[in-house]
Design a protein around this ligand. Structure first.
Ligand code: CP
Ligand code: NVA
Length: 312
């Protein structure tokens, strides 16, 4: 079933229903197949998109750029040295200028309120390419990857382990609870999800018939279909490295943690970039490299679906 998402922002997946998420995944699958068949698209012909980056990026930047060009559009990279955003010019004014010139805007930066302001003032679709709080386009790629591996999302046991209150943990809790995956967060109590977000996600889980569990005990990985980890210090938190390593060492994804699932079919996922030797050991990473790089490729197909659907 097709949904009309024209004009919609993607600021977090909270704003999308289960069915809209499933629609975006199925559109991404179609666009992926079209690309594999070598068909040049035209769904973004005549569209110009702005890519604002306050933080560095490999996957997100390249995914937006390639996806846009594949469908006949033009992408303009605006790095933090390139524009006045938030320094000599307010977010509101920058949004109003870019909204007059561009058909859509991607924002990667620090504050969630900045991407929200861009959306409120630009008048064009705004896509969150990562803030301190959320990373919704990554989740779409992750869900597509799980669907490809397991044939379904509903009822799968998804375990996130590590820094439980970062943008990835927050967004995965939202995404999994929306689509009906059983979500388990394993982290030291100091790094657990904000209670308000947990309550919101518990409501999503009730609606989708899934569950959410938070624990500081690694044993609850048992029976996991997916184990997911991310860096222990996100961009902008580099000064916390010493404390985080100390705190999170027992939560490293290594061969003994993988064995605790008591399943041989469990896959490891990682949004990348990875710090091997911290959150994951090199051997486990390499065993699951195919899945991890499928995720990276799927960033492009899912971002393409988001742009095509919201630009209309
Ligand atoms: N996963 C991800 O967002 O990667 P980049 O930081 O390279 O964009
Ligand atoms: N939590 C990480 C995700 C990188 C894609 C960060 O914000 O740096």
């Amino acid at each position: 079933m097709a949904f009309n998402l024209k004009g919609k922002n993607l600021l977090t997946l909270k704003d999308f229903t289960k069915y809209e998420i499933e629609y975006l995944l199925s559109l991404a699958q179609d666009l992926k197949q079209k690309k594999k068949m070598g068909i040049q698209g035209n769904l973004m012909e005549g569209k110009n998109i702005a890519l604002i980056f306050e933080k560095p990026s490999t996957r997100t930047r390249c995914a937006f750029t390639v996806a846009c060009i594949d469908e006949g559009g033009h992408a303009e990279y605006l790095g933090k040295q390139d524009i006045q955003l938030g320094h000599k010019e307010s977010i509101e004014d920058t949004a109003r200028v870019l909204g007059r010139l561009f058909d859509g805007i991607q924002f990667r930066g620090f504050k969630q309120e900045h991407v929200e302001k861009l959306a409120a003032f630009s008048g064009v679709p705004v896509w969150n390419g990562l803030t301190d709080d959320y990373h919704p386009t990554q989740i779409l790629a992750d869900l597509l990857t799980i669907q490809e591996k397991f044939g379904q999302l509903q009822g799968k046991k998804f375990v996130y382990i590590g820094d439980g209150r970062n943008n990835m943990a927050n967004s995965l809790m939202i995404g999994c609870s929306k689509v009906g995956m059983d979500f388990v967060l394993i982290a030291p109590k100091d790094l657990w999800t904000d209670p308000d977000l947990l309550e919101t996600c518990n409501n999503y889980a009730k609606q989708s018939g899934s569950t959410i569990l938070m624990s500081d005990a690694v044993e609850v990985v048992e029976n996991a279909d997916v184990i997911y980890t991310d860096v222990w210090c996100s961009m902008g938190e580099e000064d916390k490295a010493k404390d985080r390593i100390q705190l999170l060492k027992p939560y490293q994804v290594n061969a003994s943690l993988m064995a605790m699932t008591k399943k041989t079919s469990t896959v490891l996922m990682h949004c990348l970039p990875a710090v091997k030797g911290n959150e994951v050991t090199e051997d486990v990473f390499e065993t699951h490299a195919d899945t991890i790089f499928d995720q990276a490729e799927n960033r492009m197909h899912t971002i393409k679906a988001v742009m095509v659907a919201t630009l209309g």
